[in-house]
Write a protein that binds this ligand. Structure first.
Ligand SMILES: [Zn+2]
Length: 208
């Protein structure tokens, strides 16, 4: 309560009590040190609404409860599942930037593979059991991954800068291909010709 409702917590006299202590058979027993102002009543209602969701109150130390599952226990696997919800992926999938760009179909297919991080860079070859000492083909400084080769590498960066300097745009490169597509689209909202702007990432990646 101190964390979520600090304003109301300050008004309650039983600040050392747990929420369970405040429950009586007649209902919640909060004692405030003064009459509540009109604008504080909705906040108190909010507190009651939150705590009324808990059934079977038990006496014990207050603890954090994760809202991601019914047991209230945080698990990495559950977060992964939540973040990978198919609808969420669909919502965040840059299909428009891939299939609506005015580029040859084979280039769209290549960008789609890039976005799936499935083109045959050295890291993906290694995942298929090919033994390699992975080094970026351009800079040789780090392992060759899709995201490094196509967006993070210093050599690739020069290609992006060719376009960015011409338009005097300051742009920080995102970490993944899909994010780069979204971010490029956003950066181009003021561009005179949106369809020309949209083909730039595909042009760079196809050149590489
Ligand atoms: Zn590199």
């Amino acid at each position: 309560m101190e964390t979520l409702f600090p304003d109301i917590h300050n008004l309650v006299l039983q600040q050392q009590s747990t929420i369970a202590d405040l429950w009586t058979p007649q209902g919640w027993k909060f004692v405030f040190r003064r009459y509540l102002n009109d604008w504080e009543i909705p906040r108190v209602t909010e507190i009651f609404r939150s705590i009324d969701q808990f059934s079977g109150l038990e006496i014990g130390r207050d603890r954090l409860q994760w809202l991601g599952n019914s047991k209230g226990i945080f698990k990495v696997g559950a977060v992964y599942k939540k973040l990978n919800h198919p609808n969420l992926q669909l919502l965040k999938w840059p299909w428009k930037h891939i299939w609506k760009a005015k580029i040859p179909y084979k280039v769209s297919c290549f960008v789609w593979l890039l976005t799936k991080e499935a083109v045959l860079t050295q890291d993906n070859l290694m995942k298929r059991g090919i033994t390699l000492c992975s080094r970026c083909f351009f800079c040789g400084k780090t392992a060759e991954t899709v995201n490094h080769l196509f967006i993070q590498c210093k050599v690739t960066d020069q290609l992006w800068n060719l376009f960015l300097r011409r338009k005097s745009i300051s742009w920080s490169m995102p970490g993944r291909i899909s994010e780069a597509l979204f971010s490029w689209e956003e950066a181009g909202t003021q561009a005179k010709n949106r369809s020309n702007w949209r083909i730039v990432p595909a042009t760079i990646w196809w050149t590489i």
